[in-house]
Design a protein around this ligand. Structure first.
Ligand SMILES: [Zn+2]
Length: 340
Protein backbone atom coordinates (compact mmCIF):
# COMPACT_ATOMS: atom_id res chain seq x y z
CA UNK A 1 0.00 0.00 0.00
CA UNK A 2 1.16 3.51 -0.77
CA UNK A 3 2.31 5.76 1.99
CA UNK A 4 0.04 8.78 2.40
CA UNK A 5 2.71 11.10 1.00
CA UNK A 6 3.52 8.88 -1.97
CA UNK A 7 0.02 9.03 -3.42
CA UNK A 8 -0.06 10.64 -6.83
CA UNK A 9 -1.85 13.96 -7.27
CA UNK A 10 -4.85 15.36 -5.41
CA UNK A 11 -2.66 16.76 -2.65
CA UNK A 12 -5.28 19.31 -1.64
CA UNK A 13 -7.76 16.52 -0.95
CA UNK A 14 -5.25 14.70 1.24
CA UNK A 15 -4.40 17.90 3.08
CA UNK A 16 -8.06 18.45 3.92
CA UNK A 17 -8.41 14.89 5.24
CA UNK A 18 -5.17 15.11 7.21
CA UNK A 19 -6.34 18.36 8.79
CA UNK A 20 -9.65 16.74 9.75
CA UNK A 21 -7.75 13.97 11.54
CA UNK A 22 -5.33 16.28 13.35
CA UNK A 23 -8.05 18.66 14.49
CA UNK A 24 -10.26 15.71 15.48
CA UNK A 25 -13.00 16.98 13.24
CA UNK A 26 -13.56 13.80 11.38
CA UNK A 27 -16.89 13.23 9.72
CA UNK A 28 -18.62 9.92 10.17
CA UNK A 29 -19.06 9.49 6.46
CA UNK A 30 -17.03 10.60 3.48
CA UNK A 31 -18.07 10.40 -0.13
CA UNK A 32 -15.05 10.10 -2.43
CA UNK A 33 -16.02 11.05 -5.96
CA UNK A 34 -14.00 11.46 -9.13
CA UNK A 35 -13.02 9.63 -12.30
CA UNK A 36 -11.80 6.04 -12.26
CA UNK A 37 -8.09 5.61 -11.60
CA UNK A 38 -7.20 8.87 -9.86
CA UNK A 39 -6.44 7.47 -6.39
CA UNK A 40 -9.77 7.28 -4.54
CA UNK A 41 -9.18 3.71 -3.31
CA UNK A 42 -5.52 4.27 -2.60
CA UNK A 43 -6.37 7.30 -0.51
CA UNK A 44 -9.18 5.49 1.34
CA UNK A 45 -6.84 2.63 2.26
CA UNK A 46 -4.04 4.95 3.30
CA UNK A 47 -6.50 6.97 5.38
CA UNK A 48 -7.72 3.82 7.13
CA UNK A 49 -4.14 2.77 7.86
CA UNK A 50 -3.14 6.25 9.01
CA UNK A 51 -6.08 6.47 11.43
CA UNK A 52 -5.14 3.22 13.10
CA UNK A 53 -1.37 2.96 12.55
CA UNK A 54 0.53 1.84 15.66
CA UNK A 55 2.97 4.72 15.10
CA UNK A 56 0.34 7.45 14.88
CA UNK A 57 0.63 10.61 16.91
CA UNK A 58 -2.31 11.14 19.28
CA UNK A 59 -2.72 14.83 18.37
CA UNK A 60 -1.54 15.05 14.80
CA UNK A 61 -2.07 13.36 11.53
CA UNK A 62 0.68 10.82 10.92
CA UNK A 63 1.03 9.13 7.55
CA UNK A 64 0.70 5.33 7.66
CA UNK A 65 4.11 3.86 8.51
CA UNK A 66 3.55 0.79 6.33
CA UNK A 67 5.56 -1.39 8.73
CA UNK A 68 3.45 -1.96 11.81
CA UNK A 69 1.00 -4.79 12.23
CA UNK A 70 -2.01 -2.52 11.65
CA UNK A 71 -0.58 -1.05 8.45
CA UNK A 72 0.33 -4.48 7.13
CA UNK A 73 -3.07 -6.01 7.92
CA UNK A 74 -4.82 -3.01 6.40
CA UNK A 75 -2.76 -3.31 3.23
CA UNK A 76 -3.68 -7.00 3.04
CA UNK A 77 -7.35 -6.15 3.70
CA UNK A 78 -7.17 -8.44 6.73
CA UNK A 79 -7.51 -5.99 9.59
CA UNK A 80 -10.44 -6.98 11.84
CA UNK A 81 -11.64 -3.37 12.04
CA UNK A 82 -11.67 -2.84 8.32
CA UNK A 83 -14.93 -3.67 6.61
CA UNK A 84 -15.53 -3.83 2.88
CA UNK A 85 -18.77 -3.60 0.98
CA UNK A 86 -18.38 -4.26 -2.74
CA UNK A 87 -20.91 -5.15 -5.42
CA UNK A 88 -20.40 -8.79 -6.41
CA UNK A 89 -22.48 -8.43 -9.59
CA UNK A 90 -22.86 -4.71 -10.11
CA UNK A 91 -25.38 -4.54 -7.28
CA UNK A 92 -24.98 -3.92 -3.54
CA UNK A 93 -27.84 -5.68 -1.80
CA UNK A 94 -29.71 -4.83 1.37
CA UNK A 95 -28.24 -7.99 2.93
CA UNK A 96 -24.77 -6.59 2.51
CA UNK A 97 -25.77 -3.39 4.27
CA UNK A 98 -27.40 -5.42 7.08
CA UNK A 99 -24.20 -7.41 7.52
CA UNK A 100 -22.31 -4.15 7.74
CA UNK A 101 -24.71 -2.84 10.39
CA UNK A 102 -24.40 -6.05 12.38
CA UNK A 103 -20.61 -5.89 12.27
CA UNK A 104 -20.61 -2.30 13.48
CA UNK A 105 -22.81 -2.75 16.56
CA UNK A 106 -19.85 -3.35 18.85
CA UNK A 107 -16.84 -1.08 19.37
CA UNK A 108 -13.77 -1.69 17.20
CA UNK A 109 -11.90 -4.85 18.23
CA UNK A 110 -8.44 -3.39 18.50
CA UNK A 111 -8.13 -0.19 16.48
CA UNK A 112 -9.12 3.41 17.15
CA UNK A 113 -11.62 3.41 14.37
CA UNK A 114 -13.60 0.89 12.46
CA UNK A 115 -13.28 1.92 8.83
CA UNK A 116 -15.90 0.85 6.33
CA UNK A 117 -15.20 1.18 2.62
CA UNK A 118 -18.22 1.00 0.35
CA UNK A 119 -16.90 0.63 -3.15
CA UNK A 120 -19.00 1.57 -6.18
CA UNK A 121 -21.60 2.82 -3.75
CA UNK A 122 -23.81 3.87 -6.68
CA UNK A 123 -24.49 0.13 -7.06
CA UNK A 124 -26.71 0.17 -3.95
CA UNK A 125 -30.27 -0.68 -4.77
CA UNK A 126 -32.80 1.71 -3.32
CA UNK A 127 -33.65 -0.53 -0.38
CA UNK A 128 -29.94 -0.97 0.38
CA UNK A 129 -29.43 2.79 0.19
CA UNK A 130 -32.38 3.36 2.53
CA UNK A 131 -30.95 0.87 4.99
CA UNK A 132 -27.60 2.63 4.86
CA UNK A 133 -29.34 5.95 5.52
CA UNK A 134 -30.22 4.71 9.00
CA UNK A 135 -26.54 4.15 9.72
CA UNK A 136 -25.69 7.56 8.30
CA UNK A 137 -28.31 9.19 10.49
CA UNK A 138 -27.13 7.51 13.67
CA UNK A 139 -23.55 6.48 13.04
CA UNK A 140 -21.91 4.35 15.72
CA UNK A 141 -19.02 5.99 17.55
CA UNK A 142 -15.57 5.33 16.26
CA UNK A 143 -16.79 4.38 12.82
CA UNK A 144 -15.69 6.08 9.63
CA UNK A 145 -17.55 5.28 6.44
CA UNK A 146 -15.92 5.96 3.11
CA UNK A 147 -18.23 5.71 0.13
CA UNK A 148 -16.44 5.57 -3.20
CA UNK A 149 -17.92 6.23 -6.62
CA UNK A 150 -17.19 7.62 -10.06
CA UNK A 151 -20.92 8.06 -10.65
CA UNK A 152 -22.29 10.23 -7.82
CA UNK A 153 -25.28 11.25 -9.96
CA UNK A 154 -26.66 7.77 -9.37
CA UNK A 155 -26.82 8.22 -5.60
CA UNK A 156 -29.86 9.27 -3.61
CA UNK A 157 -29.71 12.94 -2.60
CA UNK A 158 -30.29 11.89 0.98
CA UNK A 159 -27.11 9.79 0.90
CA UNK A 160 -25.05 12.59 -0.64
CA UNK A 161 -26.30 15.16 1.86
CA UNK A 162 -25.28 13.03 4.85
CA UNK A 163 -21.71 12.57 3.68
CA UNK A 164 -18.78 14.92 3.52
CA UNK A 165 -18.04 15.08 -0.19
CA UNK A 166 -14.41 14.76 -1.24
CA UNK A 167 -13.80 15.45 -4.92
CA UNK A 168 -10.83 13.86 -6.64
CA UNK A 169 -9.59 15.45 -9.83
CA UNK A 170 -7.63 14.29 -12.86
CA UNK A 171 -3.92 13.60 -12.48
CA UNK A 172 -1.17 15.43 -14.29
CA UNK A 173 -0.09 13.82 -17.57
CA UNK A 174 3.64 14.13 -16.86
CA UNK A 175 3.22 12.64 -13.41
CA UNK A 176 1.32 9.68 -14.83
CA UNK A 177 4.04 9.08 -17.44
CA UNK A 178 6.64 9.14 -14.67
CA UNK A 179 5.02 6.46 -12.50
CA UNK A 180 3.62 4.22 -15.26
CA UNK A 181 6.69 1.93 -15.40
CA UNK A 182 5.84 0.78 -11.83
CA UNK A 183 2.69 -0.83 -13.14
CA UNK A 184 3.95 -2.74 -16.16
CA UNK A 185 6.23 -5.73 -16.50
CA UNK A 186 8.09 -4.90 -19.67
CA UNK A 187 10.12 -1.81 -20.42
CA UNK A 188 8.31 0.68 -22.66
CA UNK A 189 9.68 3.60 -24.67
CA UNK A 190 9.41 6.97 -22.95
CA UNK A 191 7.50 8.25 -26.00
CA UNK A 192 4.89 5.50 -25.64
CA UNK A 193 4.59 6.17 -21.90
CA UNK A 194 3.77 9.78 -22.74
CA UNK A 195 1.15 8.63 -25.22
CA UNK A 196 -0.40 6.22 -22.70
CA UNK A 197 -0.50 9.01 -20.13
CA UNK A 198 -2.32 11.17 -22.68
CA UNK A 199 -4.85 8.44 -23.39
CA UNK A 200 -5.58 8.15 -19.69
CA UNK A 201 -6.94 11.71 -19.63
CA UNK A 202 -5.83 12.19 -16.07
CA UNK A 203 -6.56 8.64 -14.92
CA UNK A 204 -3.61 6.47 -13.96
CA UNK A 205 -5.84 3.39 -14.09
CA UNK A 206 -6.93 4.09 -17.66
CA UNK A 207 -3.35 4.75 -18.73
CA UNK A 208 -2.23 1.42 -17.28
CA UNK A 209 -5.15 -0.36 -18.98
CA UNK A 210 -4.52 1.08 -22.42
CA UNK A 211 -0.83 0.29 -22.14
CA UNK A 212 -1.50 -3.29 -21.08
CA UNK A 213 -4.14 -3.80 -23.76
CA UNK A 214 -1.46 -3.61 -26.45
CA UNK A 215 -3.76 -1.34 -28.46
CA UNK A 216 -1.22 1.44 -28.72
CA UNK A 217 0.83 -0.76 -31.06
CA UNK A 218 -2.26 -1.25 -33.25
CA UNK A 219 -3.08 2.43 -33.59
CA UNK A 220 -1.49 3.20 -36.94
CA UNK A 221 -2.91 0.07 -38.61
CA UNK A 222 -6.37 0.72 -37.27
CA UNK A 223 -6.52 4.31 -38.44
CA UNK A 224 -5.09 3.47 -41.86
CA UNK A 225 -7.60 0.69 -42.33
CA UNK A 226 -10.54 2.97 -41.65
CA UNK A 227 -9.27 5.62 -44.02
CA UNK A 228 -8.52 3.15 -46.79
CA UNK A 229 -11.73 1.15 -47.08
CA UNK A 230 -13.64 2.33 -50.14
CA UNK A 231 -16.97 3.86 -49.28
CA UNK A 232 -18.82 1.64 -51.75
CA UNK A 233 -17.34 -1.68 -50.68
CA UNK A 234 -19.95 -3.08 -48.28
CA UNK A 235 -18.15 -6.37 -47.76
CA UNK A 236 -14.95 -4.61 -46.73
CA UNK A 237 -16.88 -2.51 -44.19
CA UNK A 238 -18.58 -5.58 -42.81
CA UNK A 239 -15.20 -7.24 -42.35
CA UNK A 240 -13.95 -4.15 -40.63
CA UNK A 241 -16.94 -4.24 -38.27
CA UNK A 242 -16.21 -7.88 -37.43
CA UNK A 243 -12.60 -7.12 -36.81
CA UNK A 244 -13.38 -4.12 -34.60
CA UNK A 245 -15.72 -6.07 -32.37
CA UNK A 246 -14.00 -9.44 -32.11
CA UNK A 247 -13.50 -9.05 -28.36
CA UNK A 248 -15.72 -6.79 -26.29
CA UNK A 249 -12.83 -5.53 -24.22
CA UNK A 250 -10.70 -4.79 -27.27
CA UNK A 251 -13.62 -3.16 -29.01
CA UNK A 252 -13.79 -0.58 -26.23
CA UNK A 253 -10.09 0.11 -26.50
CA UNK A 254 -10.30 0.35 -30.29
CA UNK A 255 -13.05 2.92 -30.03
CA UNK A 256 -10.99 4.84 -27.48
CA UNK A 257 -7.91 4.69 -29.68
CA UNK A 258 -9.84 5.97 -32.69
CA UNK A 259 -11.52 8.69 -30.65
CA UNK A 260 -8.24 10.09 -29.39
CA UNK A 261 -6.70 9.82 -32.84
CA UNK A 262 -9.50 11.75 -34.53
CA UNK A 263 -9.39 14.33 -31.75
CA UNK A 264 -5.69 14.73 -32.50
CA UNK A 265 -6.52 15.25 -36.18
CA UNK A 266 -8.87 18.03 -35.14
CA UNK A 267 -6.20 19.63 -32.94
CA UNK A 268 -3.80 19.50 -35.87
CA UNK A 269 -6.34 21.23 -38.09
CA UNK A 270 -6.74 23.89 -35.44
CA UNK A 271 -2.96 24.29 -35.24
CA UNK A 272 -2.73 23.09 -31.64
CA UNK A 273 -0.07 20.40 -32.09
CA UNK A 274 1.19 20.60 -28.51
CA UNK A 275 -2.05 19.06 -27.25
CA UNK A 276 -1.82 16.06 -29.59
CA UNK A 277 -1.79 12.79 -27.62
CA UNK A 278 -0.37 10.57 -30.37
CA UNK A 279 2.83 12.57 -30.40
CA UNK A 280 4.87 9.59 -31.63
CA UNK A 281 2.68 9.35 -34.75
CA UNK A 282 2.71 13.03 -35.58
CA UNK A 283 3.29 12.44 -39.30
CA UNK A 284 0.36 10.06 -39.60
CA UNK A 285 -1.87 12.44 -37.66
CA UNK A 286 -0.98 15.23 -40.10
CA UNK A 287 -1.43 12.99 -43.11
CA UNK A 288 -4.89 11.94 -41.93
CA UNK A 289 -5.84 15.48 -41.03
CA UNK A 290 -5.22 16.38 -44.66
CA UNK A 291 -7.54 13.62 -45.82
CA UNK A 292 -10.53 14.46 -43.66
CA UNK A 293 -12.62 17.60 -43.60
CA UNK A 294 -13.44 19.24 -40.27
CA UNK A 295 -17.03 18.13 -40.70
CA UNK A 296 -15.95 14.55 -41.42
CA UNK A 297 -13.84 14.48 -38.27
CA UNK A 298 -16.70 15.81 -36.17
CA UNK A 299 -19.11 13.26 -37.64
CA UNK A 300 -16.63 10.47 -36.95
CA UNK A 301 -16.05 11.61 -33.37
CA UNK A 302 -19.77 11.78 -32.83
CA UNK A 303 -20.21 8.23 -34.16
CA UNK A 304 -17.37 6.93 -31.98
CA UNK A 305 -18.65 8.60 -28.84
CA UNK A 306 -22.16 7.34 -29.29
CA UNK A 307 -20.78 3.82 -29.92
CA UNK A 308 -18.74 4.03 -26.72
CA UNK A 309 -21.77 5.18 -24.78
CA UNK A 310 -23.95 2.38 -26.12
CA UNK A 311 -21.25 -0.20 -25.51
CA UNK A 312 -21.50 0.56 -21.79
CA UNK A 313 -25.07 -0.75 -21.90
CA UNK A 314 -26.13 -4.21 -22.93
CA UNK A 315 -26.00 -4.03 -26.69
CA UNK A 316 -25.09 -6.57 -29.32
CA UNK A 317 -21.54 -5.56 -30.11
CA UNK A 318 -21.63 -6.93 -33.65
CA UNK A 319 -24.68 -4.80 -34.49
CA UNK A 320 -23.10 -1.85 -32.78
CA UNK A 321 -19.91 -2.28 -34.81
CA UNK A 322 -21.89 -2.50 -38.05
CA UNK A 323 -23.80 0.62 -37.14
CA UNK A 324 -20.55 2.38 -36.34
CA UNK A 325 -18.89 1.51 -39.66
CA UNK A 326 -22.07 2.49 -41.47
CA UNK A 327 -21.70 5.95 -40.05
CA UNK A 328 -17.96 6.01 -40.77
CA UNK A 329 -18.40 5.08 -44.42
CA UNK A 330 -20.84 7.87 -45.22
CA UNK A 331 -19.15 9.36 -48.29
CA UNK A 332 -20.43 12.87 -47.64
CA UNK A 333 -18.93 12.98 -44.21
CA UNK A 334 -15.57 11.91 -45.57
CA UNK A 335 -15.44 14.55 -48.28
CA UNK A 336 -12.35 16.65 -48.39
CA UNK A 337 -12.42 20.27 -47.38
CA UNK A 338 -13.25 22.38 -50.36
CA UNK A 339 -10.51 24.85 -51.14
CA UNK A 340 -11.68 28.28 -50.11
ZN1 LIG B 1 1.72 1.72 10.79
Amino acid sequence: MKNWNEILGNKRVRDVLARAVSTKRLHHAYLFTGPVGVGKHTTAHALAASLNCDQRHPEEFTPNCGQCRTCRLTAERQHPDLFFVEPPNRVITIDQIRQLQKACVSAPYEANYRVVLIDECHAMKEEAANALLKTLEEPPDQMILVLITDQPHRLLDTIISRCQRVRFGALDRQEIARVLPEFIDEPVDAAVLEVAAGYGEGSLGRSVDILQSGMLAERADLVRKISQVEANAPRAWLELAEELSDETQDFEYRIDVLTVFFRDMMLTKRAEPTRVVNSDLQELVEEMAQKFSVQAILTTLDALMSARYRLAGHVNKQLLAEDLVDRLRDPDSRALDRPS
